[in-house]
Design a protein around this ligand. Structure first.
Ligand code: SF4
Length: 449
């Protein structure tokens, strides 16, 4: 049973010191009760009280890690219904399936595509995260598991054969495979495997009541890594179940509903990959944690991953690129230096235009807390003093014979000041729009002129 804000408040120090970022202990306790804050933010809570409050502060949806090494991802762990209330934390794992009736070439292609579809956007690598393997009693299930295992992606092991599941889990347990799935008949037997190997298991049910009942049974034998797997071939019904599960978990704190949810899109029989991509987009926004597509196609996978990236970024914190020197096109000691802010979109637009110019250059990115150039200047986070300080700190002049610094055109008001701060540098005012950079850089007079 979740604690109420006043129950939590009674256990807090009540000094209203504001160190947690809230004006009062009561305000902090309300956030904890809603699962929106972390107890660690109050440095004055004793270990004993922390343990007491742990259940109240745990996210209403259990977090589960799947995959291994660089392929490891977390799913679940959400605390709100809507992104604008705080943020969504863990993007859904996306992948496709292999059926053991497929021929060898098809199987190899899916494994290869799952590993090779990697896109980079605003410094983030977007990739697939899971491969579902379906046993149709062709006696190839274990062989496919062994072949897919080196991808280090989590494997969703879909078989009705409990012995086979046990052998498969033993083969790939370190990628934290998802056993798929427990149902009314097999839950005890298959649940024990999940418990013994400490891997996640999917509970499959036709509606919320069936799911809740099955989760209760799995919990009763000590299984705690559970995923919910609604079984339907209808997108409206699926959508309704996804929303109801999330509402029950967040608003009513129904523990049996507080687990990540799998959607297996081939069951919906969209018969059209564009239509299926639309279904997948719905499931990304509301509220799937694992999404299995019928196939991986770049033209739908990339937009889906982009939608996932956009929905699962913190709306209160702009995406930022690390501060530092970025070399574009193998620059030398006479190459110009450009300066910009660390708002990721700004960085990618500017670096893209410098690449288009085919003029080797250094791009210096200043930490402006994710603000764009003009906003950072208005907020006094990007000015002559900060730029000069950064140029000196990173010692870029050690790479240069001629010191030529290009200032974004919108920073014209600080040109004179910057010249005073960096007397050894030639400061040039660049264009106001990044789109004009290629032309500007191509026509830059060389140092000998
Ligand atoms: S840091 Fe702790 S003691 Fe201080 S206001 Fe927040 S909850 Fe209260």
């Amino acid at each position: 049973m979740a604690l109420k804000p006043l129950d939590i408040f009674k256990l807090l120090p009540k000094t209203n010191c504001k160190e947690c970022g809230y004006p009062t202990c009561l305000a902090f306790s309300m956030q904890i009760a809603m699962g929106k804050e972390d107890l660690k933010k109050c440095p004055y809570i004793s270990e004993e009280i922390r343990e007491k409050l742990a259940s109240a502060s745990a996210p209403p949806i259990v977090t589960i890690s799947i995959g291994k090494d660089e392929e490891k991802v977390s799913i679940g762990g959400e605390t709100v219904l809507f992104r604008h209330e705080k943020t969504f934390y863990n993007p859904p794992a996306i992948g496709t399936f292999i059926n053991d009736a497929m021929n060898q070439d098809e199987i190899e292609k899916i494994i290869k595509d799952s590993a090779n579809f990697v896109y980079e956007r605003v410094g983030v690598k977007m990739r697939t995260n899971v491969i579902a393997i379906i046993d149709t009693e062709k006696n190839r299930f274990l062989d496919i598991v062994q072949r897919a295992y080196p991808t280090k992606k989590s494997l969703m092991l879909m078989s009705k054969n409990v012995d086979l599941i046990e052998k498969a889990v033993n083969t790939c347990k370190d990628v934290n495979p998802i056993i798929c799935s427990a149902d009314k008949e097999n839950w005890k037997e298959i649940g024990k495997i999940a418990k013994n190997f400490s891997v996640p298991i999917a509970a499959k049910g036709k509606d919320i009541n069936e799911l809740i009942e099955l989760v209760g049974k799995l919990q009763s034998i000590g299984v705690n890594q559970i995923l919910l797997f609604p079984e339907t071939d209808n997108i409206s019904k699926l959508f309704e179940i996804l929303v109801c599960l999330r509402r029950k978990a967040i608003l009513k704190r129904v523990k049996e509903c507080g687990y990540p949810v799998i959607t297996f899109l081939p069951d919906l029989k969209a018969n059209n990959y564009i239509k299926e991509a639309l279904y997948a987009a719905i499931c990304i926004a509301k509220y799937s944690s694992v999404i299995i597509l019928s196939e991986l196609k770049g033209e739908t996978l990339f937009p889906l991953m982009l939608a996932r990236l956009n929905i699962f970024t913190d709306p209160q914190r702009p995406m930022a690129t690390p501060e530092g020197i970025y070399e574009i096109g193998n620059p030398g000691n006479e190459s110009p230096v450009l300066i910009t802010s660390n708002f990721s979109l700004t960085y990618f637009i500017v670096s893209g235009e410098v690449e288009n110019a085919r003029v080797p250059a250094y791009l210096v990115v200043q930490d402006t807390e994710g603000l764009s150039v003009l906003t950072a200047w208005a907020a006094d986070k990007l000015n002559a003093e900060t730029i000069a300080g950064l140029i000196k700190k990173i010692k870029i002049e050690e790479k240069l014979k001629t010191k030529k610094l290009i200032l974004p055109g919108v920073l014209a008001p600080i040109l004179g000041e910057l010249e005073e701060e960096l007397p050894d540098w030639e400061i040039l005012l660049g264009p106001r729009e990044a789109a004009y950079l290629p032309n500007f850089l191509k026509n830059l007079p060389s140092s000998s002129e």
